[in-house]
Every structure is written in structure tokens, then in C-alpha cells.
Write a protein that binds this ligand. Structure first.
Ligand code: IMP
Length: 421
């Protein structure tokens, strides 16, 4: 059985926890987009990890972990992560790295700084957009180039020359040296050389053999480069549609497309957010939900659940099942609001406008539901949840047309209700 774990909001939905739970039984876990901009929180054997590039199967000895071609990789970050996980679990995680995955070089972070795009868009400042841009401009360096050091050195030198000509006044750019950069890359990549190759055949064989394969998405649907709230988006596809291209399989047989959605809405960085709560309730959600970015530590903006956006994300990904996370954080709210439509220029609309400048003008139309005061600790059956919590979940299921097969009531793996739907 193959499962895709897909974020349905602006990231930070709890994909890390779900991917880690599913990885326990998986033969293979595949990350298919983004890079170290992602921060997946995983609690493994009581220890909390924020993983950025390594798929969640790394915590299990027999699971193969694939970094697919749609990813971009920062080798130094990867090395640190792999070492930290290896020390924790006591073995070296099994890794496969797609030869066509692009590498993030120090100058990509520098470009983001020089252009000021990190500030303008509130990015994670990990060099994400400049790396994907180099990929599209055919200026990139790929994982497979590590196997051909001469070619790699040539590509780095060429790119660096362009950079220095573009930013002649930059002292940081002037200080970069192509030979040193190439040597650093080869050093950071050395432990992974044997893992680099074509991954499509291996993934296809696993799917054909009916193995348990988990595709671990990063970021969320509303941050998708093409279908998200442009220009306040990330630079890769984040949806199911991007998966096939990333792994190099035309029509991957992924029957379970698990959409992860938080019981409320959050966003880090800039961009429109119709249901944002700038009051005490928003501050409470932020505090109770521990809403601070895993990668950057920035506070996340919080608001009520946006069902217009959620319906859009469900349709875009062909979601077959929902996993609703952080339902516990809503405990203690007297009432809970959900946005069921918007008004735009005086008209009521049900569709999600992709353009940020239009979304900014949308006012939420709320439905108010009853809250609950009970603590959800230790509840492991859906029937044991407070009536109001079940009614809230039922409302979301009806609005999206998709069953919530998994309900998460806390960050720990045990705080998970499987409804067996
Ligand atoms: P970038 O991906 O660093 O270019 O950032 C673009 C936008 O996506 C910014 O608003 C980031 O905060 C957001 N973003 C990128 N990765 C994540 C993530 O994993 N979780 C939440 N937001 C993210």
C-alpha cells in the first residue's frame, strides 16, 4: 500500500508526526520536494527531532529512505542530520539520493540576502528560491555531479563567475572561491557517494511489489509554487501533482492520499491570511499550540480553520482521507469559528482565490461551533472525545467530503486516534 502524506495548509500541519508513524511499517519513505526549509517534528523513543531533509524512515533500521529528484539538498545540513539520527538510533540510516536532485551552495543563501527576497517574502533564508531558480536556468549543480568532480568544479566556477559579475560590490561574493566551494561540496558529500543514483526504478519496483511506501511531502498546498498564494509561496510543487515528476514515475499507484490539516490555521512568513486572529485568541492558540517554526524559530501567525482553503487543497491533491492534527489545542475555547465562505467586494464566494492580492481582500464568513473544555490526554478512541469535538470533526468532514481517519491529540506518537475508516 502506498500513502502520500500531504500538507493541506501553509505547512506545519504535523506531517512529520504522521510520516514517522506511517514509516514504522514502511519498506520505503520518499521525500519528494523542498529542502531544509522544511522542519518536520518527530518524537522518536521520547526524543524530539526537527528533521529537515531526511525522510522519517531513517528512524527505522529496515526502511529505505529516498531523497527524490524534486528535492534540493544542503549537504552539510544532511550530514548533520544523518549523524544526529545515527547516534540516536544506533545505526546508519539507509539512504538513496536521486542523482538529479539539485544542491544548495553557500552562494544561494548569499543571493537571497543580497536580493533581500528573504525579508520581502519572509522566507526561511535557506537559499531555496535561488537554488530552484538555478535549476530552471540550467546553472545548477546536482547530486550526481559529486561523482564527476571535474565537471562539478567547472559548473561551480562558471556559476560563481556569473555571481561575481552580477554583484561586483559584494565583499561576501568576492570572498568566495570556486576551488574551495567544490572541495567543501566533495567533503560534505563523501559519505553519500555510494547512495547517489537513479531512484525511479527502485521506487517503481517497490510499488509494483506492493510494498509499503510512504511519500513524505514538505510544506503545504497553499505554498505550492503554481497553485499556492503566489508570490508568497515556496519554490517547488508541494502537492500530489508534483510527486510523479519528482520521482520520475508517470502515474505512481498511490491509493491513499492522506491530507494533513491542523484543526486551526497557521502561517509563517508573509502573505494573505483571511482568518488570522490578531487578538488574544490568536495569542492563546500560538502559546498552547507551541506555534514557533522548527526551522527558523519564528512565531507562527494563528487563526480559525479556513474551509474554503481546505476544500481547495483537498480537491487539488485528490485527498482520500484526512488526518486532523492539534485538535487538543482548541480545548478551552468557549466557541470555535470556522470559515465557510468569503465575501469579496460585497459578494459571497466559495472558491479559493490563488492570487495573494485578491485573497487579502477576502473577508471570512464564519460559522460558530461549540467549544469544549476537556483535556484530551489519554483519549485513544474517537467515541471518548467530547461531543463538541466530534461535532467539530464531523463538520469538517461534511464540508470537505472526506473522512477524517486519523485524529491527533498531541505531539507524541501515542496521542493518535485511528478510526479505521
Ligand atoms: P522558502 O521556502 O524558504 O523560499 O520560503 C517561502 C515561504 O514558504 C515562506 O513564507 C516560508 O515561511 C514558507 N515555508 C517554507 N517552508 C516551510 C515549512 O516547512 N513550513 C512552513 N512554512 C514554510
Amino acid at each position: 500500500m502506498a500513502t502520500a502524506v500531504l500538507g493541506l495548509q501553509w505547512g506545519d500541519e504535523g506531517k512529520g508526526k504522521l510520516a514517522h508513524l506511517l514509516a514504522q511499517k514502511a519498506d520505503m519513505v520518499v521525500r519528494f520536494n523542498g529542502g531544509p526549509n522544511a522542519g518536520h517534528t518527530v518524537i522518536d523513543r521520547g526524543v524530539k527531532f526537527g528533521t529537515h531533509q531526511v525522510p522519517a524512515g531513517a528512524f527505522y533500521a529496515d526502511t529505505v529512505n529516498v531523497l527524490a529528484g524534486g528535492m534540493i539538498i544542503d549537504l552539510s545540513v544532511l550530514r548533520e542530520e544523518v549523524d544526529a539520527i545515527a547516534e540516536h538510533v544506533g545505526w546508519m540510516p539507509q539512504l538513496m539520493i536521486a542523482e538529479n536532485a539539485h544542491l544548495i551552495l553557500p552562494y544561494h543563501r548569499l543571493i537571497e540576502e543580497l536580493e533581500g527576497s528573504g525579508t520581502r517574502f519572509g522566507t526561511t533564508r535557506r537559499g531555496i528560491a535561488p537554488t530552484y531558480r538555478d535549476k530552471a536556468a540550467k546553472l545548477g549543480v546536482r547530486a550526481g555531479d559529486l561523482l564527476r568532480p571535474d565537471e562539478l568544479a567547472k559548473r561551480v566556477a562558471w556559476r560563481l563567475d556569473l555571481l561575481k559579475r552580477r554583484w561586483p560590490e559584494s565583499e561576501e561574493a568576492a570572498a568566495l572561491d570556486a576551488t574551495t566551494l567544490s572541495e567543501d561540496l566533495l567533503f560534505a558529500g563523501e559519505p553519500f557517494l555510494a547512495s547517489i543514483g537513479t531512484v525511479a526504478n527502485t521506487i517503481a519496483a517497490a510499488l509494483d511489489a506492493g510494498q509499503d511506501v510512504v511519500f513524505e511531502g514538505a510544506q503545504g498546498t497553499l505554498l505550492d509554487l503554481d497553485h499556492g498564494t503566489y508570490p508568497f509561496v515556496t519554490s517547488s510543487p508541494t502537492t500530489y501533482a508534483g510527486l510523479a515528476n519528482s520521482i520520475g514515475i508517470a502515474v505512481p499507484a498511490v491509493s491513499r492520499r492522506l491530507g494533513i490539516a491542523k484543526a486551526y490555521q497557521t502561517r509563517v512568513g508573509e502573505g494573505a491570511f483571511p482568518t488570522e486572529l490578531l487578538d488574544e485568541v490568536g495569542a492563546e492558540l500560538q502559546e498552547r499550540g507551541g506555534e514557533f517554526g522548527v526551522t527558523t524559530g519564528r512565531p507562527r501567525r494563528c487563526g480559525w480553520l479556513d474551509l474554503v482553503a481546505l476544500r481547495y487543497a483537498v480537491a487539488l491533491n485528490g485527498i482520500t482521507e484526512l488526518a486532523l492534527t492539534k485538535i487538543d489545542v482548541l480545548g478551552g475555547c468557549d466557541e470555535i469559528k470556522v470559515c465557510k465562505a468569503y465575501t469579496l467586494d460585497g459578494d459571497r464566494i466559495d472558491r479559493f482565490p490563488m492570487a495573494d492580492e485578491v485573497l487579502r481582500r477576502c473577508e471570512p464568513v464564519y460559522e460558530t461551533l461549540q467549544g469544549w473544555d476537556a483535556c484530551l490526554d489519554g483519549i485513544d478512541a474517537f467515541e471518548s472525545l467530547p461531543d463538541a469535538a466530534r461535532a467539530y470533526i464531523a463538520y469538517i468532514e461534511k464540508a470537505t467530503g472526506v473522512p477524517a481517519g486519523i485524529v491527533s491529540t498531541g505531539p507524541e506518537p501515542e496521542a493518535t486516534i485511528y478510526r479505521g475508516l
